[in-house]
Design a protein around this ligand. Structure first.
Ligand code: V3L
Length: 86
């Protein structure tokens, strides 16, 4: 985004950046002050809890990943939506 921030979800030993469309949707919900949202990601509906900053699949709430809004150019970013930075 223009202010240099984007959205990330937790992976092993680092953070993945959300794909652009999902990042924009998260930013819109965040700016609107919503406490959570449901988004279609790679064919699955995920619930992103913007209060506790975790995401999980709607039909399997057991696996939770932390999420964060952080500077886009942070070091340690693993890649974007599962695509590794080479
Ligand atoms: N965007 C894209 N794919 C996702 C997302 C998301 N927001 N959330 C989960 N998945 P779960 P390492 C991740 C994928 O939580 O080596 C990474 O993107 C998730 O992909 O049970 O562990 C990598 O592709 C996983 O494949 O819903 O850091 C991969 O893990 C699948 O959905 C390995 O990353 C189930 O995750």
């Amino acid at each position: 985004f223009d202010d240099g921030y984007s959205w990330f979800y937790e992976g092993v030993n680092g953070w993945w950046q959300y794909d652009d469309r999902t990042s924009r949707e998260l930013e819109t919900h965040h700016k609107a002050g919503h406490s959570s949202c449901e988004l279609l990601i790679a064919g699955y509906v995920y619930i992103i809890d913007l209060t506790n900053m975790v995401q999980s699949r709607r039909n399997d709430r057991t696996k939770k990943r932390r999420v964060k809004r952080d500077l886009l150019n942070l070091t340690g970013r693993k890649g974007v939506a599962g695509l590794k930075i080479s």
